[in-house]
Ligand binder design. Sequence first.
Ligand SMILES: [Zn+2]
Length: 459
Amino acid sequence: MKKFYRAFGLLLACLLLGGTLQAGDVKNVIWIIGDGMGPDAMGFFMQGVRYGGLKDYPDKVSHLEQFLQNAQWGLFFNNTYDTVVTDSAAAGTQMATGRLSRPESVGVDYNGQPAENLLELARKQGKAVGVISDAYVTDATPAAFLAHVPNRSEKMEIARQIVAFEPDVLLGGGLKYFTTGENKKLLSEAKKKGYRVVKNKKELAAVKSGRVLGLFSDTSMPMAVEMHRYPKLPTLTEQTQKAVELLIQNEDGFVLVVEAGKIDWAAHAHDAGAWFYEMKELDNLLQYVQAFADKNGETLVYLNADHDTGLGAFAYRHVGKQKAMQKTAQGEVLYGGDVDYASFNTFAQLEKQQSSLYYLEEELKQLPAEKLTPAYLQKRFDEALGMKVDISKFDNLTDVSGLFEQLNESRGLVWATPNHSSLAILSAAYGPQADEFAGVYHNTDILPRFKQALGWSDK
Ligand SMILES: [Zn+2]
């Protein structure tokens, strides 16, 4: 009987402890921001995993889908002080500081006044702080958590303010802003402040404690679809693993902001394959972060985006009866005549893409005109897209973005804009105090919600 009571007590303790996962104290925060990741990007990726053919997902469920299934959802707006649509600078600033701002402003409110951000507050509470971006660290989103400047274009000043702020961990691209011109000595200054400066995956792996400044490329890190060409660079997930390993050594916990920065870029370019692979990198990251949070029990994970880019999705289109007949795999018209409702095959095709539109464009620009023969371009496009491309339909073979637009059209993939949209953004919070982030809100409400979740509100 004694045994029974002991087992019962243990079970009760487990249940109570289990209950505290939602209600307990938050010691650490990992905030993942998908730049440009509207609900359109999330849905497109999750559906791609369900209906595509990637071997990494034998059960056809993405980590994003699993994460969302267990998270508290919110929907929020991101308008600035005086505009409906935002850029990353204003969005980042409003999220980081809880203050209304204006487009292109970094860390300053709509009056141009520096506003205290989440990381500055966290440091006052004794927490270690880190920022990661797979774009570059002086770009608008990371800068909003690290600097205060009137305009996002002041990248050199942002770099100086970053070193002055001394985040415990800073990883990403953007080396040139720390090594050239007026900032030539910035890295030696950082070293004097106790930073380890690392420039590749191996050097990063060797860091076991202390502060680290990892700058892995001159400007942005490569697009995820191209990372296979750069085995010496750490992925966003690898950077995050290292950051967590270092930050958790601080006994009062940490706040880490991770930007998946190029979902936005792929969407600006209407490059659906690159878009998918940027989301896949975010998905790998979520797998790691969720497992870490489960094991740790005191980590609040918050996933959101700064804004939507592109408004991309499949749409049906009227193609004429003959074409619709050719389109259906069954060889017959199923949907009343002339409509192509888009094929699941497109997901499997996009997974085969090997290069981004950006990379292809750059590559072709650098080749002499005589090299750009139809035969060469055919070979290159086939390689880049991982499939046989029918170039006979394309008018100007060196116009890569035109080629992608035509491919999109033939697949029923539409984008409403090459820019940002005002689409409401989905947020998902996981772990202790996750319910603070449920409901409908504005991005200036995020910081107050963090303060509440972290118990800083009445201090
Ligand atoms: Zn953008």
